[in-house]
Design a protein around this ligand. Structure first.
Ligand code: EPZ
Length: 428
């Protein structure tokens, strides 16, 4: 991954067309890696994206005592020797998704000590629902000096839990503890993101007994912890990376074809692309988009899956910014995920923010400008904006992009965009 003094420079040539293979899903692979702690042996994962967050999760697992060997997009994680159940502050602050090891550590050891994850630019990112759900399974928590200390004095037992909100992370942590609990656990109002189904599939391949996969009500029959074993699993394709490139194709007219993703993961995004005036075609593991007429206007509500994904909000706000008419984008999942709008307005977009609504009036074009990424999805969307903007755009803070997009610049260049990484040298 690049240095912190790199930027992405884009010359607005309006070109983005061709075929791109998406990588494995970041938001699945990270959890599959954490789940490998539950099996006492060498789990092999395929289709793992080469991104910074995966590197950090490797560091977390090695800190616990696992050995990780990588071979391109595959990795083997041997957790037989894992003998520590605590994660250090400096790793959790690098990547808050490290909290995903909480459930598996409790499942395997009955206790854990994990640094409290901080918030980030898009919100406080609380974990209260993780803790409430795990407490129902018999976990007792204390918070000492910024660390969550989890114990199970009477062991893990099954429970019927209804999540207050279908939290992805809370569902995952509960799942990875419940598979080792005594008896049955029912998780109601569970998250339905495709990455959850991918995790459930892998847990079953390890010897767990999870049903209701893909629904809001997941049932887990606990098994003896030592009965869980290593497995070999292939990560699902990244629907958000795919949606990002499809938004790029909609922006320029394309046609852009993304391969390596299940179209069923993108139903709502496809619906909105068609509402914006695009033609979308799908196959078993691909989606293509093209547009001949003008971009229209559309209203979007971000919601838990299968609603419109919050991780595509910035990319679609960009489409609305160049559409004809007035669009309203409502962000219902995170409390502060409109910072992208401020950057886009610096390029000439016309957006009014009112609480968690963004009222977007389409403009004829954008002007290239220096802008900053505030999170990985906003960063990716700013690069797309630069492709259709007049002149040059420089995107700062591209470390965000490297966390979640494998070779984003290379994939865009292969589609005809005039983009490059540039080292701007040490800061003064
Ligand atoms: C996952 O985050 C993803 N990250 C996010 O992707 C994604 O935006 C999000 O799910 C929603 O789909 C990973 O999988 C690593 P949540 P997560 O728990 O698990 C609040 C990206 O761009 N909440 O469903 O943290 C929370 O603050 C990233 O790849 C609580 O209040 O999402 C947020 O406002 C960004 N208490 C909302 O719920 C809790 O205990 C959704 O959070 C848990 C969550």
């Amino acid at each position: 991954m690049g240095s912190s003094n790199e930027v992405i420079v884009i010359h607005g040539n309006g070109n983005l067309a061709g075929e791109v293979a998406v990588s494995g899903a970041k938001n699945s692979a990270l959890k599959l890696m954490a789940a490998s702690v539950l099996g006492r042996g060498a789990t092999t994962l395929h289709n793992v994206p080469l991104i910074a967050d995966i590197d950090v999760m490797c560091e977390v697992l090695e800190h616990l005592g696992a050995t990780v060997s990588r071979d391109g997009h595959s990795m083997t994680i041997d957790t037989a020797a894992v003998d520590r159940n605590e994660t250090p502050y400096e790793l959790v602050t690098k990547m808050r998704a490290s909290i995903a090891v909480l459930g598996p550590l409790i499942g395997r050891f009955g206790e854990a000590r994990v640094a409290m994850p901080g918030g980030c630019q898009i919100g406080a990112r609380n974990i209260d629902m993780h803790l409430v759900g795990l407490e129902a399974l018999g976990v007792q928590f204390d918070v000492h000096h910024g660390f969550i200390v989890a114990r199970t004095p009477d062991g893990l037992h099954g429970a019927q839990v209804t999540l207050e909100f279908p939290s992805v992370g809370a569902t995952e942590n509960m799942l990875m503890a419940a598979v080792c609990a005594e008896g049955q656990t029912i998780i109601d109002n569970a998250a339905r993101e495709p990455e959850i189904a991918d995790l459930c599939a892998m847990l079953n391949e390890m010897g767990a007994c999870v049903s209701g996969i893909g629904t809001s009500t997941i049932a887990v029959e606990g098994v003896a912890p030592e009965s869980l074993h290593a497995c070999e699993h292939t990560t699902v394709g990244d629907r958000i990376e795919a949606g990002t490139f499809l938004a790029g194709g909609a922006l320029t007219g394309g046609p852009v074809k993304v391969t390596g993703v299940d179209p069923a993961f993108l139903r709502m995004a496809i619906t909105k692309l068609e509402a914006l005036g695009c033609t979308v075609r799908t196959g078993e593991d691909w989606v293509s988009v093209e547009r001949t007429g003008p971009l229209g206007a559309v209203d979007i509500q971000t919601l838990p899956h299968p609603g419109f994904p919050t991780d595509l909000q910035a990319q679609f706000m960009l489409l609305c910014a160049l559409g004809e008419g007035l669009s309203v984008v409502t962000e219902n999942v995170f409390e502060n995920r409109f910072m992208f709008a401020a950057e886009l307005m610096r390029m000439g977009a016309n957006i009014d923010l009112e609480d968690h609504h963004a009222v977007i009036r389409g403009v004829d074009g954008l002007q290239g400008a220096p802008v900053s990424a505030t999170d990985l999805r906003a960063g990716a969307a700013l690069v797309l904006a630069g492709i259709v903007a007049e002149g040059y755009t420089t995107v700062h803070g591209i470390g965000h992009i490297d966390r979640g997009y494998e070779d984003y610049v290379g994939k865009l260049r292969a589609l005809g965009a005039d983009v490059m990484r540039k080292d701007i040298g040490a800061r003064p």
